[in-house]
Design a protein around this ligand. Structure first.
Ligand code: FAD
Ligand code: NAD
Length: 477
């Protein structure tokens, strides 16, 4: 530094500068510090993670309120009469925000544990391969940089500039009351989860998507189960183009394609995807190679961008925009940034997505190939699901020619838990026969997996023996 002219001398120096204090950035900072690096964690707001503020947690809080309404509405199936159902919209939104704020406070408290001088408030942009400048003019020089700037909702042109009735996940959780009616544009995880929850809370919801496939469901029968389920709570309008304009009563949506029509909604939720937050970072100054979408080209085993000293993690890399991936990628990026130039590949978990509809949609592992074995379990008459009056959907398991499980698709009651068991089984290298030898308690949703596991075993003559203690004959003896 000493031979740099004073005007170019950095105000702040460190081994690893992390841009963005969300889940990925927090994990990167911790991992780099654990490796002995001097770190700076830079964020304009330090408001806590997206997950806690406007992502996973508030969306799940809305979903649990919707579940309470749904359970009350279907209680008469069991002979239980809860009386006339009333949903208190302001109370739903108040509880959501109170609980959300608790989660946010926890993520903010983690900033208090940072070593003094580590948290730097400001918006960063590159001025060179490992140099940054903050809005207030402070210059930062690092040995390596981690980009962990997250993502931002995409709002297509027809929905821009129509005022506060057009919502994104940045604004929907701030509503003082539930909307009277809601058009949801986009049937990905965000659109599906929030549309079904709002529908169950009594909001008249129509979900529009320009594609005919919801939630990127990979298998036709899984998609069929999902769309049948959500269509009970809302109106589906798929494969259509939408136009929007302001109307005295709200927002008018005109749609065209296989179906045509128009309607006025009090609010519109735009859930048409999220883009990495890379604008304003001046990636050109960092000299990074960019893909067609302007995202740095990086190695997902090391999180390194090309041959540079820049690493990327979380939604910013547009690879797998999920909480557990942001956390894992952050840790890997931070570790490698601290060790730079000694960069090593880190472990990556197998692909796993879970959309919290009811029933949930879960997909894990690789897509099936030509030699993939498949086994199915039908949940439309599964014992425990039937007892709970929610028997529907199916599980499809995939295995390699030796019977080793490689992936699964689920849309059935309990899929969020069943898919966890299955992803653990896949990651541990278990075969279908191995799982059949494990205990299955009765009567559970897990028992429903046996049909699919046996079908795989039959195809390659693997033993279909079950763990003896779980068979009725032994239990009854
Ligand atoms: C409604 C919704 C529901 C979701 N539900 C789930 C779910 O159930 N399960 C799941 O696994 N995932 C879910 N996700 C996805 C998950 O929330 C994200 O993948 C994850 O939170 C991304 O973390 P991140 O660290 O990449 O980004 P963030 O937490 O957004 O952090 C990015 C940080 O970068 C900062 N920043 C941006 N630009 C700059 C700059 N120039 N300089 C300095 N700082 C900057 C921002 O201020 C921010 O603090 C959901 C997302 C949404 C929107
Ligand atoms: N449970 C979870 O894990 C969870 C929940 C919510 C969000 N997320 C994460 O957030 C990310 C973003 O979610 P998302 O649902 O916004 O995005 P997405 O990209 O997954 O889905 C967007 C949907 O909008 C549709 N679409 C795009 N442009 C459109 C247009 N102009 N008109 C009509 N439809 C249009 C697409 O066909 C697609 O179905 C997801 O990829 C996921 O990783 C995860």
């Amino acid at each position: 530094m000493r031979d740099q002219p004073e005007a170019e001398r950095p105000d702040l120096t460190c081994d690893v500068a992390i841009i963005g204090a969300g889940t990925a950035g927090i994990a990167a900072e911790r991992a780099a510090r654990d490796e002995g690096a001097r770190t700076l964690l830079i964020d304009p707001e330090f408001r806590g993670t997206l997950c806690a503020n406007t992502g996973c947690m508030p969306s799940k809080l809305l979903i649990v309120a919707a579940k309470a309404a749904h359970d009350a509405r279907r209680a008469p199936v069991f002979g239980v009469q809860p009386g006339a159902l009333q949903v208190d919209g302001p109370a739903v939104m108040t509880r959501l925000r109170e609980e959300r704020d608790r989660f946010v406070a926890f993520t903010r408290e983690s900033f208090d544990d940072l070593p003094e001088g580590t948290a730097i408030t400001g918006r960063a942009r590159f001025t060179g391969p490992t140099t940054l400048v903050l809005e207030d003019g402070r210059r930062v020089q690092a040995r390596a940089v981690v980009i962990a700037t997250g993502s931002t909702p995409i709002v297509p042109p027809p929905f821009r500039d129509l005022g506060p009735r057009v919502l994104t996940t940045e604004t929907i959780f701030e509503l003082p009351d539930l909307p009277d009616s809601l058009a949801v544009i986009g049937g990905g995880p965000i659109g599906l989860e929030l549309a079904q929850a709002m529908g169950r809370l009594g909001v008249a919801v129509t979900l529009f998507d320009r594609e005919t496939r919801l939630g990127k469901a990979r298998a036709d029968d899984i998609h069929e189960a999902l769309s049948q389920a959500v269509a009970r709570d809302l109106t589906l309008c798929l494969g259509v183009d939408t136009e929007a304009r302001a109307d005295p009563q709200g927002i008018r949506i005109d749609w065209s394609g296989p179906q045509q029509g128009h309607a006025v909604f009090s609010h519109v939720l735009v859930a048409t995807g999220r883009a990495p937050t890379l604008d304003g970072l001046d990636l050109a100054a960092a000299g990074l190679e960019l893909d067609d979408h302007g995202t740095p080209v990086f190695d997902r085993d090391t999180m390194r961008c090309g041959t540079s000293a820049v690493f990327i993690a979380g939604d910013a890399d547009a690879d797998a925009p999920l909480l557990h991936e942001a956390s894992d990628e952050g840790a890997l990026a931070g570790c490698n940034a601290a060790r730079y130039p000694q960069v090593r590949p880190g472990p990556r978990s197998i692909p796993f997505t879970l959309t919290f509809t009811d029933p949930p949609l879960a997909q894990l592992g690789a897509e099936p190939g030509d030699d993939t074995l498949t086994g199915r379990s039908d949940y439309s008459d599964q014992g425990r699901a039937r007892a709970e009056a929610r028997a529907e959907g199916l599980v499809v398991l995939h295995a390699d020619p030796q019977g080793r499980l490689t992936g699964a698709e689920l849309c059935c009651p309990g899929a969020e838990h069943l898919s966890h068991l299955l992803v653990w089984a896949v990651q541990s290298g278990a075969t279908a026969a191995d799982l059949l030898l494990l205990p299955f308690y009765h009567p559970t949703l897990e028992e429903g997996l046996k049909g699919a596991l046996k079908e795989i075993c039959r195809q390659i003559r693997l033993p279909q023996a079950e763990a003896p203690a779980t068979t009725c004959a032994v239990r009854d003896a």
